[in-house]
Design a protein around this ligand. Structure first.
Ligand SMILES: Cc1cc2nc3c(=O)[nH]c(=O)nc-3n(C[C@H](O)[C@H](O)[C@H](O)COP(=O)(O)O)c2cc1C
Length: 381
């Protein structure tokens, strides 16, 4: 099969990939009442995306959300829908991969095939699909859809098989499966990327890992400290071996980068501890607990970052499962290098205020990563 994905920087030469996560929603990647938190104004999203594009970051990744987390900050109450967000940002950018996060129970595979092909043409081959199978039933109530906890990844896999077969092209086909009975499937245009656009999946459970090993190019997962990486990667590699495929693994980080370590740690303490939205955090734990349950002690380990471990404080205004990259440009570059050394292929990054904070990251951290051999200079368009 043809595999022309040359224009998608997700498959580019940088050894350690970076992208922006969750800027399409208010609150971004925090559960904080800090008044200077991200408001998700469109003009700010567009301006921040242009900076990321010019700096050669690999991707923009939005979250798919349909209801605010309850609590005081009500983060995610405002969110831009990711396919339309992707089409718009695609038209505004030149290099960066534009991901769309799709809840598979809410969008038919044929709709998503057409939407992703549209964005792939708008961007000339820079579109990406982030497949999520859903975990928060309260978000799905708004659509009248019930999440089947046991079957959600089986459903997702069948969805992916149809979506990818459509974009691979070929004669019309019928589909008679467990979840879908569909007639005369075809789509035109096909995607520019062959056989289909880049695929990520975001998951943590064993089934999520097995799904990624079968369907994705990249698995996005939660790691909150370096010590967790070898065990999690070892487990994911076992799924890859069983499925005979190799995928990359990325994690999700929150960045507070300041000239001194003290400033960075004080700022993290300010928004994540002093201004924590404890009620929002409780809501998350409650809803998430119904999906991931006690499997692998996941809820507890989502909060096991170095700040919590050192102080016993909850830092509940940070996002559960986010790796805190908090320190000077040297500290952050060293931590990213350690992630790479441990076998991760990339991370998403987020900031309390993306637009205000990304220039310093670009100016100070990216050159250090270049010097460390993890990234090269910005590629030509
Ligand atoms: C980087 C990242 C992005 C995610 N984005 C979304 C999202 O946009 N919408 C959503 O409902 N879930 C999202 N999730 C949640 C996952 O899809 C998944 O449900 C969760 O990590 C629990 O794992 P499991 O489903 O394998 O149990 C995301 C997770 C990660 C790690």
């Amino acid at each position: 099969m043809e595999t022309d994905r040359r224009r998608n920087p997700l498959f580019g030469p940088n050894r350690f990939k970076l992208g922006i996560f969750s800027a399409n929603c208010d609150g971004g990647l925090t559960m904080s009442l800090a008044p200077d938190r991200w408001k998700a104004e469109w003009a700010d999203i567009a301006a921040m995306t242009r900076i990321a594009d010019d700096a050669g970051l690999e991707f923009i990744l939005p979250v798919a959300k349909w209801r605010a987390y309850q609590g005081k900050a009500k983060i995610y109450g405002r969110s831009f829908e990711t396919l339309t967000h992707g089409a718009a940002l695609g038209a505004l950018t030149r290099r960066i991969a534009i991901f769309c996060t799709v809840h598979v129970p809410l969008v038919t595979p044929a709709f998503a095939a057409k939407a992703m092909a549209t964005i792939d043409h708008v961007t000339n081959g820079r579109a990406g699909l982030n497949i999520v199978c859903g975990w928060n039933q309260e978000e799905f109530d708004l659509h009248g859809v019930t999440i089947d906890q046991d079957a959600r990844y089986d459903h997702g896999l069948e969805w992916f098989q149809i979506w990818s077969k459509l974009l691979a092209g070929g004669p019309e086909f019928d589909w008679d499966g467990r979840f879908f009975k569909l007639k005369r499937l075809q789509t035109d245009p096909l995607s520019i990327q062959r056989p289909w656009p880049a695929v990520m999946s975001a998951g943590f459970s064993p089934k999520g890992r097995d799904f990624a090993a079968q369907a994705a190019d990249v698995l996005f997962t939660n790691l909150t400290q370096l010590a967790q990486i070898p065990g999690v990667l070892g487990d994911i590699r076992a799924y890859m071996a069983a499925r005979g495929r190799s995928i990359s693994v990325f994690t999700m980080s929150h960045v507070v980068c300041r000239p001194t370590r003290r400033e960075a740690e004080e700022f993290f303490h300010y928004f994540a501890e002093e201004m924590a939205d404890e009620e929002g955090q409780e809501y998350y734990r409650r809803m998430r607990g119904t999906t991931v349950g006690s499997g692998q002690g996941t809820i507890a380990r989502l909060f096991d970052n170095r700040f919590h471990l050192a102080t016993g404080k909850r830092y509940a205004g940070g996002y559960p499962g986010a790796f805190p990259l908090v320190g000077t440009p040297d500290d952050i570059a060293a931590e990213l290098a350690a992630m790479s050394e441990a076998g991760l292929a990339g991370t998403s990054i987020a900031f309390l205020d993306y637009l205000k904070e990304i220039p310093y990251f670009v100016q100070e951290v990216l050159p250090r990563l270049e010097r460390a051999g993890l990234r090269g200079p910005v590629a030509a368009e």
